[in-house]
Design a protein around this ligand. Structure first.
Ligand SMILES: Cc1ncc(COP(=O)(O)O)c(C=O)c1O
Length: 382
């Protein structure tokens, strides 16, 4: 099993920091904001009032209802508590969904570039990841690409929009075409919506929960509190699926981790039901950083970048910088760290050599100095 390239980038940065060096870090896969105060207060209250015991495996009824309420308000979806479970992060939702469904030899469609965990979980479950190339469409997945990849052994497709690492957002109409195609072929779908709320207009916030029920019978939505509410360390997320799939996922969770942390569950209820200004503030900040970063990157010779419509990553191509000195994006990331103390994540781990992922969940000052250094590094090469 491969170590996560995102975590590898973080470790390399930590090792350099330990030597006393100042590091310009574009590696982070998490918000640089603190968890909002109202959410922390809810957790403190939960502890004081004794909400410190086991809860049902799939989370408290109150949290299930908060999740159902959110999807009802925003996407007009009607879910039952038997179709919703809380998990220890979106990652566990994906793990539960794959492990409860996939048998040896089942094929699972994954578009490139992909979040590193997707193929690893599929392989863990005995399945076969089948990758879909999307470079020709600027990493924007479409129904034709999916259709070409389906075989009689295709059991599942994992969709992720907004995407980590590309930031691309599948337009709602195209998402629906993909879902129609998958439903026709009886293929199950995991829609990883961990970056659901971080979308930059004119792109639209879209959840698979808003599709007609016929397109949702084999769907599992994996959601997370980590990014939206700056709660990465709290470890809380959720899965929404049919009653049958949810029962199977509850078995996996019940015999592995049991319920997610009871205190984090209370915090998550406040996150969904409490004031939402903090989400808008974070989005506004990401919006201005994104605009700044894209402009700055486009001024660097040898670097090109598609516009990311969501999440908080840019995924530029560094192919124009490869040649005599650097063979691939791994060389690029390593040398950039050694020579300019700038951390970026090598695209190879996401299935896209020739690209690097840059997180702009970092302060504007860091962004500015980091980009000056990348430019200096690239100008020495080109
Ligand atoms: C695409 C994607 N899905 C899921 C997750 C899981 O997040 P968590 O387990 O913290 O909810 C992440 C985190 O980086 C992610 O980038």
């Amino acid at each position: 099993m491969q170590a996560s390239s995102t975590l590898a980038a973080m470790q390399a940065a930590d090792a350099l920091r330990a030597t006393g060096a100042t590091v310009f870090d574009f590696g982070a896969g998490e918000p640089d904001f603190d968890t909002p105060e109202n959410i922390k207060r809810a957790a403190a209250d939960a502890m004081r009032s004794g909400k410190t015991k086991y809860t049902p495996t799939g989370g408290t009824r109150e949290l299930q209802n908060a999740i159902i309420g959110f999807y009802g308000r925003h996407f007009s979806a009607n879910y039952e508590p038997t179709e919703v479970m809380a998990t220890s992060g979106g990652k566990q939702a994906i793990f539960n969904a794959v492990v409860s469904l996939i048998n040896a030899g089942d094929e699972v469609l994954i578009a490139k570039p992909y979040w590193v965990t997707f193929p690893e979980v599929v392989v863990f479950a005995g399945g076969i990841p089948v990758f879909i190339e999307t470079e020709e469409t600027g990493f924007l997945l479409n129904a034709e690409q999916v259709e070409r990849a389906i075989t009689p052994r295709t059991k599942l497709m994992i969709l992720n929009s907004p995407s980590n690492p590309s930031g691309r957002v599948i337009p709602p109409a195209e998402f629906e075409r993909i879902m129609e195609l998958l439903a026709e072929r009886n293929v199950y779908v995991i829609s990883d919506e961990c970056y659901l709320r971080f979308v930059y207009p004119p792109a639209e916030v879209f959840s698979a929960a808003s599709l007609q029920p016929e397109l949702r019978t084999r769907l599992c939505i994996a959601g997370s509190f980590s990014k939206t509410y700056a709660m990465t360390g709290w470890r809380v997320g959720y899965a929404i699926a049919s009653g049958e799939w949810t029962r199977a996922m509850l078995k996996v969770q019940g015999h592995s981790t049991s319920n997610p942390n009871s205190i984090a569950q209370s915090a998550a209820i406040e996150a969904l039901n409490g004031p939402q200004e903090s989400v808008a503030e974070m989005l506004a900040e990401y919006t201005s950083r994104r605009a700044w970063l894209l402009n700055a990157l486009r001024e660097i010779p040898g670097i090109t970048c598609n516009e990311p419509e969501g999440a908080f990553y840019a995924f530029p191509s560094i192919q124009g910088c490869l040649g005599a000195e650097l063979n691939n994006s791994e060389d690029f990331a390593r040398r950039l760290l050694e020579e300019e103390q700038v951390v970026v994540t090598d695209g190879t781990g996401f299935g896209a050599d020739g690209y690097i992922r840059m997180s702009y969940a970092t302060s504007t000052d860091q962004l500015k100095e980091g980009v000056i250094r990348i430019k200096r590094f690239v100008e020495r090469l080109v």
